[in-house]
Structures are given as C-alpha cells and as structure tokens.
Design a protein. Structure first.
Ligand code: UN1
Length: 498
C-alpha cells in the first residue's frame, strides 16, 4: 500500500500546515487498517488566517461579472466529469458507500456546477412599475461577504457543492471545514475549481474537528453566514454560538422520514422503494426511510417481503462491485447504531432480521452492520422517534390513511416523506397534509434533485433551504433601487397623500 497523502489547509491560494503542526488521519471504514489521508488538525489561528484570506479576496471576486464566475463552474464541471472514476474511488475509500453511490454523489456536485454556473446568467430580481411618473425601480441581489461552511461526512462532495457553489455565484468568498471523516472529496471538488481558474483566497479549506476548528469559524466576527449540515443537537449549539454576532445561520439537520404504504399500493414497487430508501447509503442519509408505516390489510405480507429483501442484501466493501451496502462511517457511529438496536429490543419491538455487527472474512476490519428490520414498533418508541442514521428500519402498522398521516407527522423532524398508493385522492391529500419539506408519491424518501429546494420543517432546520434558486436567498441580500428621471423632487405617494 502506498504512503497516505498529506493534505494541507488551503489559505489564500497556498497549501499550508496547521499553525500547531498537528494532524489527524482519516481511515477507510471498510478496512480501518488503511489510512486514506493525513489532514491538518486546525484551530482558531488557522481559521483566523483563512477568514482573513477570504476577506482579502472578496472585493475583487464580488465585482467579477456573475457570468464569468459561472464560466469557471462550467470549466470545473468538465474537469470533474473527466476525473469521475478516480474521485469516486477515493470517495468510497474515505466514506464507505458503494462505487455507484459515490459516482452519484459526484454527479450531484456536477449538476450543481451546471445549475449555479447557469445562475450566473440569471440571478433574477424584479423590475416593477412605480407609483410615480418618470421613475423606475428594481431589486438586485448583492453578496453578503465571507461564508463559513461546515459539511457532514455522508455526502462528501455533493453537500460541499450545495453550499459552496451558490455562495460563489452570488459573489461571496468562503471558508469550508469539511467533516473530519471525509475531507478528501472536498479537496477534489475544489481542485477542479482551481484548475478551472478560481482566483486565490476565494475558497479556503481548513480541516479539523468541531470544537477546535468549527467553533472559531461559527464565532468569527468577520464571517457573515454560517451554513451547517449535521445533527440537530450540534445545530442548536451552532445557533447559540453564532447568536452574539448576529450572523445568518442556515441549518440542515436530522430526519425520521416515513414511507406510508396503503392497502391499495403496488407492493412490488413499494418493496423496491423501501429497500433502497432504508438501506441505500447504509441508511446514512438525512433523507433515509427510517419508518415504514403500513396499512393493516397488507402489513403481514409486506413485512415478510421486506425482511426477505433486507436479508438478501450483500454487505461489503464499497469498492467491491458485488457489494450493495457499505460500512458505517466509523466505530463510534457503529456503536451508536448498535445501541439503538438494543433500545428497540428493550422497548418491546420485534427484531426480524439483522441486529448485529458483521465480523470475520471480508468484514473483519470494517464497521459493518447487517440490515435490520423491527416490526411491532409503536409510534412513541425511541426507535420510531429518534434519528438512528444507520441500516435500521422500524415498521409501524396503522388502520387507516388518516392514522398513517398522523403517525407520519408525529415526530420532531420534517425532512422527507413518501406515500405509496394507487388512489389519486389519497395521494393529493398526503401531498397537502404531510408536514415535511419534501414529499414523494410512489417513490422512496431519498433522491432529491438539485434544482428544487431541499430542507425540512420543525427540528430539521431553521427555515432555510439548500439547492434550487432558494439557495441564492441564503447567500445574498436583496437591494431595492429607485431611479427618478423626472428632473424634479417627486415625493413618494405616502408623503404626498391628498
Ligand atoms: C443528505 O442525506 O444529507 O435526496 C442529503 C437525497 C440526496 C441528498 C441527501 N440527493 O437523498
């Protein structure tokens, strides 16, 4: 095995070691003997230098015409496409998910490059008539300044792209702190931008842990926006830390996403959907299907078929083309998932399959958990309420459509939801009544596209949305402009009332 690469922080266009000289290792979750890379263990000094570099780059970047900023993204997209195979492999080594999924993660970043590149020629505002003659008015977006971006490990390239690219196209500069488990993919995406002509200091990368590197970024007086994706508990902490500086904070947090399957559903389709929604990405998506709410008439048969599917899934190293489900990201997270499985059993749910760590053979050195299904789950059990973030599906049985909607909504989260039915009236009622940021009909809870807003209600966030044109609202301030070409003082209507 070759020597692991040493990655440096990117500050003002230079690759630099952390001020303290400390580093940390990122290891392959499918084989923890393998060091994927060595990264800088950064602290406030490094964050301060990176924020200063972003601030220095800001005046020039702000004034670069937005279509030109977009052209850099189009060129970067071409490079990213050319490097897809290599970068996907590197992503599987650091994050664990299977190659087809890391390829998809990269494609999501590619889509975002094209989408935001295109926004460079739109960034639409409004023009409106005036109350007065010979007067013209419009609204435009202006950038906000320096953005601090803190990203999670489950989408190592897609989520950094969701945050970086809208920030950049609006004319902001930024500092990104990627998750300590998966920083390499952020480097790969940024390398494409640099090779495409991104000026120094516009994007700065600082790696490290939450308390030592994330916190000083959140608290920094010269950072205008924080965009964070992660757990609800950390999101709450980010809000508290940012509050004294009055900066804008966007949070993308947990989910406990339900899939409803009614008696009249196409069961084969629903089966495909729940298998993918619950066990794709090893259940480590904030959109993962973690509750299956089935109507009583089909509950027994459908549960049986779900278990059969779950047992048939091949768990292994994501680089192995035969594997369908990869490992859990790290030991701590694996133990957390196993702990939830224990809680489920103590609460009286019926464990139908999985439930244990896989060891020996190809699993000997990784963090693998067998796809797990619980039945007889009641709505108030912890495994029906709390985000597990692993390959664990809780099945709840209900008597009616109405009860299904009530149970679906009765959690603290509101990211994604789904319903399988052939009844068009029920489908429309569900679209109206499921109180989540994303609703799917006859599709699982995962698979959002980047040109629609992404985010959730309640404890899933704080009202902002990522992706889509809504992402631009986070990264810009509106400016309304009035131009009077009458040659005289015209008082506004409110100052001129009869
Ligand atoms: C996440 O898990 O944080 O909708 C993002 C999806 C993906 C993104 C998930 N496009 O499943």
């Amino acid at each position: 095995m070759s020597e692991p690469r040493v990655y440096h922080n990117l500050i003002g266009g230079e690759w630099v070691a952390s001020a303290s000289g400390k580093t940390f290792e990122s290891r392959n979750p499918a084989d923890s003997r393998e060091v994927v890379g060595i990264f800088q263990d950064s602290s406030a000094d490094d964050i301060n230098a990176a924020v200063a570099a972003a601030r220095t780059a800001y005046p020039t970047w702000r004034l670069m015409p937005a279509p030109k900023r977009g052209e850099i993204m189009f060129r970067a997209a071409q490079l990213l496409r050319d490097r897809k195979e290599q970068y996907s492999r590197e992503m599987t080594r650091e994050m664990g998910k299977v190659l087809s999924e890391t390829g998809g993660d990269l494609v999501e970043a590619l889509d975002m490059l094209y989408f935001c590149g295109g926004e460079g020629r739109r960034l639409h505002g409004q023009t409106t008539p005036s109350e007065l003659p010979n007067k013209w008015q419009l609204s435009i977006r202006q950038p906000v300044g320096v953005c601090g971006l803190i990203t999670p490990w489950n989408f190592p390239m897609a989520i950094p792209s969701w945050k970086m690219l809208p920030a950049l196209i609006c004319g902001n500069t930024l500092v990104i702190k990627p998750a300590e488990d998966t920083p390499a993919s952020t480097y790969n995406l940024v390398q494409c931008l640099i090779d495409a002509g991104l000026p120094p200091g516009v994007v700065n990368i600082v790696t490290g842990y939450g308390p030592s590197a994330g916190q000083p970024l959140v608290e920094h007086l010269d950072v205008n926006i924080i965009s964070f994706t992660g757990s609800t508990a950390t999101g709450r902490r980010v809000t508290e830390l940012a509050a004294p500086t009055m900066k804008r904070v966007s949070l993308e947090l947990g989910g406990k996403n339900p899939m409803i399957v009614l008696d009249d559903a196409d069961l084969e389709l629903a089966l495909e959907g729940v298998t993918w929604g619950a066990f794709g990405t090893t259940g480590q998506r904030c959109t993962a299907t973690s509750r299956l709410i089935v109507q009583r008439g089909i509950a027994q048969e459908f549960t049986h078929r779900v278990v059969e599917r779950a047992q048939g899934l091949r768990v292994g190293n994501g680089l192995d083309t035969d594997a369908q489900v990869g490992p859990i990201i790290n030991q701590r997270q694996m133990e957390r998932v196993l702990n939830y499985i224990e809680i489920g059993q103590q609460e009286g749910a019926r464990l139908l399959c999985g439930g244990q760590r896989l060891t020996g053979g190809a699993h000997a050195h990784g963090w693998f958990i067998a796809p797990t299904v619980f039945a007889d789950v009641r709505p108030q059990m912890r495994i029906a309420q709390e985000e597990i973030f692993g390959p664990v599906l809780s099945i709840l049985t209900v008597d009616s459509f109405e009860q299904a909607i009530t149970v679906a909504n009765d959690v603290q989260y509101g990211l994604s939801s789904s319903i399988y039915t052939r009844d068009v009236n029920k489908a429309y009622q569900a679209m109206r009544d499921l109180y989540t940021g994303i609703v799917y009909v006859n599709a699982p809870t995962i698979g959002a596209e980047i040109h629609l807003p992404f985010g959730g209600t309640k404890a899933t966030g704080n009202g902002h949305r990522e992706a889509g044109q809504q992402a631009l609202d986070l990264f810009s301030e509106w400016k309304s402009i009035y131009v009077d070409y009458s040659g005289g003082l015209q008082r506004a209507q409110i100052d001129n009332a009869e």
